[in-house]
Design a protein around this ligand. Structure first.
Ligand SMILES: Nc1nc2c(ncn2[C@@H]2O[C@H](COP(=O)(O)OP(=O)(O)OP(=O)(O)O)[C@@H](O)[C@H]2O)c(=O)[nH]1
Length: 235
């Protein structure tokens, strides 16, 4: 499935963020803010974000093998869905440009391998992540139980990241089955202090989720200079 996107300036219209999107489930989010902090708004308006500002957001995507991490990234960045499974080797990396309150922002999405043998390689890329997304397969309960360990590992090297717990492959469940899984997923999200989303990369039901990753607040302005420098060198 492919959609036509209107491009305004250098950024497609669906990448222009001016307000917070709502949480997927009102009872499964620790993030209660409904708008940008006035200081952030003012800084953006006056173009005072400088080098250490809303420039780069690093998001790492982790979770069990074959839960659908790469499909999520492909749907988000290229609006395509790949039915055939190709294991991620180590890590993959995608970059998306956004405009947040008129400030250009780069979202880096680091798609890591779920396979145990690549875990060490992938873990070295968690450092400095501002967003941690733990994906689990809504049709595979053990992948949800493993979310705790994935979150712990990914957060160990991140600096108080914004946390998401994302259930994938929603298209494979009936509404009744989904409702059952959701109850458990909401419990996990609350325990992990993460915001919960359910998605389908097949149907594309998930754009709002990643857009919400860019709901920055003051904390996200604290991108350390050293990291900024290192990340810039990657381009
Ligand atoms: N029906 C359905 N299938 C999906 C969805 N997302 C992923 N899949 C399928 O699940 C399989 C694994 O998807 P990947 O995205 O490669 O999984 P991954 O988590 O990146 O796997 P690793 O790289 O090994 O960690 C593929 O066959 C996909 O087609 C979805 O939303 N719906």
């Amino acid at each position: 499935m492919s959609t036509t996107r209107t491009v305004i300036g250098a950024v497609p219209s669906d990448r222009i963020i001016t307000k917070f999107s709502q949480a997927y489930h009102a009872d499964a989010t620790p993030y209660q803010k409904v708008n940008f902090h006035p200081r952030v708004k003012a800084a953006c308006q006056e173009n005072r974000t400088g080098r250490v500002g809303l420039k780069i957001t690093k998001a790492v995507l982790v979770g069990d093998v074959s839960v659908g991490k790469t499909c999520m990234v492909n749907r988000f960045c290229h609006d395509v869905f790949e039915r055939e499974y190709k294991a991620t080797i180590g890590v993959d990396f995608e970059v998306e440009k956004f405009s947040v309150l008129s400030i250009p922002v780069t979202l880096q999405v680091w798609d890591t391998a779920g396979q145990e043998r690549f875990k060490c390689i992938a873990a070295s890329y968690y450092r400095g992540a501002q967003v941690v997304i733990v994906a689990f397969d809504l049709t595979d309960e053990p992948s949800l139980h493993h979310a705790t360990k994935w979150m712990e590992d990914a957060c160990a090297n991140a600096d108080e990241p914004i946390k998401f717990l994302v259930g994938t492959k929603k298209d494979l469940l009936s509404p009744a089955s989904y409702a059952e899984v959701e109850k458990l997923a909401v419990k996990y999200a609350n325990k992990l202090e993460a915001e919960y989303w359910a998605t389908s990369s097949k149907t594309g039901q998930f754009r709002a989720m990643l857009i919400s990753l860019l709901n920055q607040d003051e904390q996200s302005l604290n991108v350390r200079k050293q990291e900024d420098f290192e990340l810039e060198r990657l381009f």
